[in-house]
Write a protein that binds this ligand. Sequence first.
Ligand code: AMP
Ligand code: SF4
Length: 466
Amino acid sequence: MDDLKEVHEECGVFGIFQHQDAAQLCYYGLHALQHRGQEGAGILVSHQDHLSLHKGEGLVTEVFNPDKINNLHGIHAIGHVRYSTAGGGGIMNVQPLLFRTMNGDMGICHNGNIVNADVLRLELESQGSIFSSSSDTEILGHLIKRQKGHMIDRICVSLDQLDGAFAFLILLEDCLYAVRDRYGLRPLAIGQLPNGSYVFASETCALDIVGAQFIRDIEPGEIVRVKNNQLLSRIYTQKTIHDQICAMEYVYFSRPDSTIDGINVHTTRKNAGKQLYYESPVDADIVIGVPDSSISAAIGYAEASHIPYEMGLIKNKYVGRTFIQPTQELRNQGVRMKLSAVASIVKDKKVIMIDDSIVRGTTSKRIVSLLKEAGAKEVHVRIASPAIKYPCFYGVDTSTLKELISHQMNVSQLCQYIGADSLAFISEEGLKRSIHFKKEYTCDLCMACFNKQYVTPLYNNEFEHD
Ligand code: AMP
Ligand code: SF4
């Protein structure tokens, strides 16, 4: 069981229905979602009476080549990019998962984390199910198989048993289902191509890349079926639905050009930068952002403070995210390979360095010392999210209590630890205001990793103790 707790699915999904180049377009879509997961990728296509799959470990461009795409004959496709914590990897957990049954094939891919997975799995195993992966996703396949009646009813009854965060795409031979959890924790959007084909994606940036027009977000607790190119929508649960999208989607995960629940990600980050200035101003010569996810917030801080924005850090684009490395030593090395300070810009300057978040503290500590080594006179760190003090059980690897530096240290201890001249985080209220800047916006946000207010029961995903 311990193994299972290691598995987190913080991924991206893409689906397309009724298009002669389904696999090719799915490949483009996954490429646009690559930032959501770099450990594995897969595409499953449906052609008349069977589904075929290609998946592998690595980046989308490593898993697929033109021959592999051309061999995926089919007019409907779903695809997945995967990001897991150490221990949760392995080809068996790379998605989509394909189930072959006497009643036909079914493929499933998933972004999120099911909090009652262990409970359901124990129940299913005690009733005779045998699992071939440690991924939560497989549970849904088993639950669906056990129900009776029309497929959509079987899926709805099964989904209603799941608790947690999920965006699922389910592909059968002649239809595709797209689902969002009842809290709306993970995003999922619907688009349409000029020829009428429907497209589904974790983020709107993947709709844009294939030339699809955004239609709408799938609602929390909603299942959408596309069959014969007609959309059918249903709410699959009677349980109260609160729209509580993950705040970290805006802070870090999503691409700045994506729009989630009607709100552009870059705009929210820029707002957060401005808000950071209003809350924690500091006198300095330049503002710099940690590329790429903090550039928008740095632009906002510079605009509000009238302190010039400068390119003080350069990123080597060909190194993966440092966070993904399993050991601290490798993560330290990763940060060094990834970023360089521009001495001619920062030398003798008082620098305000904006980052989107601090998780383990590795990145900030290393960057402060890079800037100081490059001659910066002072480095004032401003963080565009509140301090992350609690783990996420909804599919984002914000790590364990022990590793979360803000769980271990208060702001002044942390400031000293990272070697900064000052340190401040945006307030929860400030971040909320940056995201909900439109008056008509009424949903809530999940902010549990900042404030411990988890939107679901935690079942047996308990905190480990320090
Ligand atoms: P750390 O070095 O552990 O403090 O990581 C902080 C950096 O990781 C920030 O600069 C973020 O851009 C990035 N980050 C934040 N949350 C995550 C996450 N859940 N997974 C991967 N990277 C993250
Ligand atoms: Fe997002 Fe944090 Fe909530 Fe997890 S706990 S869903 S990372 S806001």
